[in-house]
Design a protein around this ligand. Structure first.
Ligand code: ZN
Ligand code: ZN
Length: 271
């Protein structure tokens, strides 16, 4: 088996996510077997659809990660995170969720536009105005950054995956250059880490989100912290693509990747 010494993976889902498959302990055992240094569990919490069940899920996930943290102490650093979807659509609820537990890591994501479905569920983009939709999507990322109470900006080009897999449309990020530059600048200013998400490598698009050129641009625009995550929803996907993601980070001019403990950044040198 491939080993992942000195590898950290800051974005993973357990069966406390609606689309997760494996228990926290099973995921930790897999991470240990692979030789990881640290793993963060960041189960989904879609703020714009938050209800009593969502509240129970957050509590359950936090509890199970806390148990794993102590069970694997000395073998694997386990970080207690959450992936907040669409926090800016209901800031009051987002703040309430964040105040409910002492998280290590908070990931900020936009999976859907307001009152619309997750891009993942859109079967056909041919009748959708792509340009307007992408502009709206990047505007929502900006709005989320203006709020800014999170540590990692997740999968910046999330909709690109589905435009490609559903309709074979490959979006060129350069068409949104000024907006993306604004996003990267604000991410840097707010001391938020830009995530290199490796899930796209397991999908037809076969690319990082965002792509290496965007990571390099982030550095040019004053970006200080980057995070790497497999976005694994199965134990076998933990850390897959992370070595290559670290190489992208290094090529972009960063010496470290960042993890967060109690929401404070810790730099991990790239060897
Ligand atoms: Zn996500
Ligand atoms: Zn995720």
């Amino acid at each position: 088996m491939e080993t992942y010494k000195n590898i950290i993976d800051m974005h993973n889902h357990t069966d406390n996510s609606f689309d997760g498959n494996h228990s926290t302990v099973y995921m930790c055992e897999a991470a240990c077997n692979k030789g990881l240094r640290a793993i963060a569990f960041t189960d989904h919490c879609e703020v714009d659809a938050f209800d009593a069940e969502g509240e129970r899920n957050v509590r359950q996930a936090f509890f199970e990660i806390a148990k794993a943290k102590s069970a694997f102490m000395g073998k694997l650093l386990v970080l207690n995170g959450i992936e907040l979807g669409q926090p800016a659509y209901d800031i009051e609820t987002a703040e309430k969720i964040l105040a409910s537990q002492k998280f290590d890591i908070v990931i900020g994501s936009v999976h859907n536009l307001r009152k619309r479905e997750d891009f993942y569920y859109i079967e056909d983009f041919s009748k959708i105005d792509i340009k307007a939709t992408m502009n709206e999507y990047f505007d929502e990322i900006l709005t989320m950054l203006e709020w800014g109470n999170f540590d990692i900006l997740a999968h910046l080009t999330y909709p690109f995956r589905y435009l490609f897999s559903r309709n074979n449309i490959l979006v060129d990020i350069n068409e949104y250059k000024s907006k993306v530059d604004e996003i990267l600048k604000l991410t840097a200013e707010k001391d938020i880490a830009l995530e290199i998400n490796a899930a796209g490598l397991r999908q037809p698009i076969n690319r990082f989100s965002p792509e290496p050129e965007t990571v390099a641009r982030f550095k040019e625009l004053g970006g200080k912290m980057v995070s790497v995550g497999s976005d694994a929803h199965f134990a076998q996907h933990i850390a897959v693509g992370i070595k290559d993601a670290m190489a992208v980070v290094k090529t972009a001019g960063f010496d470290c990747v960042t993890l967060f403990q109690k929401r404070q950044p810790v730099e991990i040198p790239i060897e």
